[in-house]
Design a binder for this molecule. Structure first.
Ligand SMILES: O=C(O)c1ccc(O)c(O)c1
Ligand SMILES: [Mg+2]
Length: 620
């Protein structure tokens, strides 16, 4: 796939955009006229810079309001176009994007539009240029690619072709099967953007909420497959207007953009029954371990929490100051080493989760896919007798370890041979239910793409959760059997819990870990008896759920006594309680699911309120 990105997607001065796109591996860039107008370099210099960076100028855009205009606007538009051809010569592109007319003056006369496009084709041909005609979703007369195609087809001029833009097609639910009617040699250019499903006018939606393929809700692979099926082999170019991206780092967006196109190319190849271009998406079997980095002092506090939650320190690492805590299937690793990644992480963030270990069906295939997606590997020195566990750079500088599921037992036995205490009695907590990661709002979409492009995971809808100090956005990524789930949270509000976490923590990271039990009441009682500091829930909540769910008095009493939150939907019931935060950074949740698949979103606001009452130096 020939990959391009529009200059408008990226933040910063034009030359920085060029550099970011080239570094990320794009073969071309669409130059937006405003980016050029604002640049201190002239068009010829920009054109030369692009060539030096190996970037094609794939299209110059946008040109507006030409076809079907009355005089004198009509002649003025043609004269304006002729001037643009000079800029295109300097930029070294022969293609200009003509948006369907949005002017109130545009006349609803098809023959006039055909005549104008034909005359434009003649003008362009004289200058060695081509015109790509794009139906904007809010165009005055033409707002559907089928109508744009019928004009292009009937004008039948070699210099007049079509531009498809997934936003305009999919925001109006134009069926992708209609692309089958388009002749490949008349399709001059393709622009791609995904978007969340929103109900708003198409112009506002388009100009503020476009996202990268894979970050939104649309069937992008079907769209691309339909285009490839007709034999198109030209550019696929990201055109993402997004307020967050404009405020973010160009380098990161360019890397994510390139990743999104690789992912999409692979999905489209699979949809077409062609040879995939990437190794299969990685099947994560379970969250094998959570690794905490801590100073000796903070390690004691973590250890108190682990004990109170029912964990036992079962073994120590063969060479290192690292302890394996275990309960049921759950492994927590507490790392107090004086150097290495965990230590560096601890120095920056304080005692916290520095790594997550996932067991996967095929670690080598996982690494190959990660590499093809431009996901950075992490390597550090290992002693000759230690396992070199493969790891990737995850969120906020933390690590994501990948272990072959068939070898995980051998890994534990080899790496942690020094027995400590015996695990006693049946485990109350059985497995890791989900891991909650908090990040800046600007990192959110990048993180979603990381998980869904690498792993065989889907996304839930994005939810808005009311924190007493502002909205928090939350979304989960999870695999089909729900054995691995991450919830992602971000907020723009300065004083929301998410934002305070990021400030206090110096970056994005794991904010809480949810552990599953088959008996929430037993788990809550055991935690209380063991002295786990619990998050207390106010009385009004219990009055509310009594009224909402018609709970039996006895059940209500038990929930209230144990600070357990409750939810119910059409499928089942959910029970949850929370610890206070260890070292003011990370807290634990215990959940029992009874045929329930969600995360208790209605309770999140209650939890946030309870935590907000611990603001100040004791802020969670
Ligand atoms: O929002 C716009 O005006 C606009 C301009 C150019 C495009 O290619 C497009 O898809 C939208
Ligand atoms: Mg477009």
């Amino acid at each position: 796939m020939k990959t391009s990105i529009a200059s408008v997607c990226l933040s910063g001065p034009l030359v920085d955009k060029l550099q970011a796109a080239a570094n990320a591996g794009f073969g071309g860039m669409e130059i937006f006229e405003n980016d050029l107008i604002g640049a201190p370099q002239d068009a010829r210099t920009i054109g030369k810079m692009m060539r030096d960076l190996g970037l094609n100028c794939t299209i110059f855009q946008p040109f507006r309001d030409l076809e079907g205009m009355p005089e004198p606007q009509r002649s003025a538009a043609f004269a304006r176009m002729e001037r643009k051809f000079e800029i295109m010569d300097a930029l070294d592109t022969d293609l200009v994007l003509l948006c369907s007319n949005c002017s109130p003056a545009a006349l609803p006369e098809r023959q006039r539009m055909l005549d104008d496009l034909h005359e434009l084709g003649e003008l362009a041909a004289r200058h060695g240029k081509r015109i790509g005609y794009e139906a904007l979703a809010w165009g005055r007369q033409v707002n559907d690619h089928r109508d744009a195609w019928s004009l292009v087809r009937d004008v039948d001029h070699p210099s007049i072709g079509l531009v498809l833009d997934s936003f305009h097609s999919l925001s109006r639910d134009v069926p992708s099967s209609s692309i089958g009617d388009i002749r490949a040699e008349k399709l001059f250019f393709v622009q791609l953007a995904d978007a969340p499903r929103l109900s708003m006018d198409t112009l506002s939606w388009s100009r503020h909420f476009r996202v990268l393929p894979g970050q939104g809700d649309w069937p992008m692979a079907d769209y691309v497959a339909a285009i490839q099926r007709i034999g198109y082999d030209g550019w696929f170019s990201l055109e993402i207007f997004n307020d967050q991206f404009r405020a973010g780092a160009a380098a990161q967006l360019a890397v994510d953009g390139h990743r999104s196109l690789r992912f999409l190319e692979d999905e489209a190849a699979r949809a077409l029954g062609r040879t995939p271009v990437l190794p299969d998406r990685v099947t994560a079997i379970r969250t094998e371990f959570i690794e905490f980095a801590a100073s000796h002092e903070e390690a004691e506090e973590f250890a108190r929490y682990f004990r109170a939650l029912g964990f036992t320190p079962v073994a120590r690492h063969r060479n290192k100051d690292v302890t394996r805590w275990k309960q049921g299937e759950i492994n927590l690793v507490l790392n107090c080493e004086p150097d290495g990644h965990a230590h560096s992480y601890e120095v920056v963030h304080g005692g916290s989760v520095c790594a997550i270990g996932l067991s996967v069906t095929d670690k080598d295939a996982a690494l190959a896919r990660a590499e093809a997606l431009g996901i950075e590997r992490f390597e550090q020195a290992v002693a000759p007798d230690e396992w070199d566990i493969a790891s990737l750079r995850g969120l906020g500088g933390s690590l994501l370890y990948l272990v072959d599921a068939t070898r995980s037992e051998a890994m534990w036995a080899d790496e942690f041979p020094l027995r400590q205490e015996q695990e006693g009695g049946p485990s109350i907590l059985t497995r890791i239910d989900h891991v909650a990661q908090t990040m800046q709002q600007g990192e959110f979409l990048s993180c979603v793409l990381f998980y869904v492009s690498l792993f065989d995971m889907g996304r839930t809808a994005q939810l808005e959760i009311a924190d007493p100090m502002g909205l928090i956005y939350s979304q989960a990524v999870q695999n089909a059997d729900r054995s691995v789930r991450f919830t992602l949270n971000g907020s723009l509000a300065h004083q929301s819990l998410s934002s305070r976490f990021i400030r206090n923590y110096f970056g994005a990271g794991v904010q809480h870990i949810a552990l599953a039990t088959d008996d929430i009441f037993q788990a809550a009682e055991a935690a209380r008896a063991a002295g786990l500091p619990l998050l207390e829930i106010g009385p009004n909540y219990y009055d509310d759920i009594e009224a909402r769910f018609g709970l039996e008095p006895d059940m209500l009493k038990r929930l209230r006594a144990a600070n357990i939150l409750y939810d119910r939907d059409e499928q089942g019931e959910y029970f949850q309680f929370y610890s206070r935060a260890v070292a003011k950074r990370v807290f634990f949740e215990v959940v029992e699911r009874r045929d329930y698949d969600a995360f208790g979103a209605a309770n999140a606001a209650i939890r946030l309120s309870a935590q907000a009452s611990h603001r100040g130096p004791e802020w969670m």
